[in-house]
Write a protein that binds this ligand. Structure first.
Ligand SMILES: Cc1ncc(COP(=O)(O)O)c(C=O)c1O
Length: 303
């Protein structure tokens, strides 16, 4: 696998990052996870905006707009058209002689920019939602959940707890409200007062969660989805609970803490969300109207 490191494409086992890099020492950096289907990257502009906002909040000087061309280079170098693409931008390492662990960054640092990609299934294979059994756990992550920070220990520990309990993942609850999954946003479906099914997802104001690109695509395509604070007790009333994300696509949560959700299998709401997402991705791809990767010019190696 060829990875992108500071402007160069290098075999992954030859890529090297210094031990004083603040990403390694402090988790001082941000990341993006993107998905390419048939050579087109889903929602690139949205990913660039989110990365730009995260870099600005963290005061890391890097031009997020470069992620688009660099992603194309990565795909082309690895000869992939259906792939997950990961980018990580850390603050970098202090100059020689500067204290490596000063909380306040001293001197001029050059951000470390690293990206890799690996093959994932094509869009056509997403015909029905995947399923997961989860635990409901206390959301003990930091309070800046809107920043896509590389320090993911809170989510990692919840996922490990889930695995130790024989489950696939965790969904998180803070102050009695549903927040999100460890690596995806959450949606619920429940019956409204007139017997109709209503789909809802936590609002960004109700909890410190990530504004997921997949969540955004779904909210744009389905304006009837409610965006509000969701008390955790609604989980017991839900006919369906779903996770949505770049890699997750739409995954049905079929059991929580060993109790079946609804019919214990993907239902109409999950199927509708997945069909809507696949359609939104197709539209996004058609809008881009980009030439096939194979006929574009060779990768440059500038950063
Ligand atoms: C905590 C968290 N929430 C939500 C998401 C979904 O975001 P997106 O749809 O942009 O992949 C992710 C994806 O990594 C995540 O880590």
């Amino acid at each position: 696998m060829l990875v992108h490191l500071n402007g160069k494409l290098v075999p992954h086992d030859q890529a090297r990052i210094g031990v004083f890099d603040r990403g390694f020492l402090f988790g001082d950096g941000v990341y993006e996870g993107l998905r390419a289907f048939d050579g087109c990257i889903v929602g690139m502009d949205r990913h660039i905006t989110r990365l730009r906002d995260g870099l600005a909040e963290c005061r890391i000087p890097w031009d997020a707009g470069r992620m688009s061309a660099l992603s194309d280079e990565l795909l082309e170098a690895n000869k992939l058209r259906d792939a997950f693409i990961y980018w990580q931008i850390t603050r970098g390492a202090p100059a020689p002689g500067e204290p490596p662990r000063a909380r306040i960054p001293t001197g001029k640092m050059t951000p470390t920019v690293m990206g890799f990609c690996y093959a994932t299934p094509p869009l056509e294979s997403h015909t029905s939602p995947a399923t997961k059994q989860v635990i409901a756990a206390r959301d003990a992550r930091w309070l800046r959940g809107h920043v896509k920070a590389i320090s993911l220990l809170g989510g990692v520990l919840s996922a490990i707890e889930a695995s130790e309990a024989g489950m696939d993942d965790a969904i998180l609850i803070r102050d009695g409200l549903l927040t999100e999954g460890t690596s995806a946003n959450i949606f619920i479906a429940r019956e409204g007062p007139g017997g109709e099914t209503r789909v809802a997802t936590p609002s960004l104001e109700s909890a410190p969660i990530l504004a997921g690109i997949t969540r955004d695509l779904l909210l744009e395509a389905m304006p009837t989805i409610e965006v509000r604070a969701i008390p955790a007790r609604e989980l017991a009333l839900a006919s369906e609970v779903m996770l949505v994300g770049t890699l997750t696509m739409v995954t049905s949560i079929v059991g929580i803490d060993g109790r079946a959700v609804g019919q214990g299998k993907p239902g109409p709401a999950a199927n509708a969300l997945l069909a809507t997402l696949v359609e939104a991705i197709r539209r996004d791809r058609a809008r881009q109207e980009r030439p096939a990767l194979a006929v574009r010019t060779a990768a440059s190696t500038t950063n």
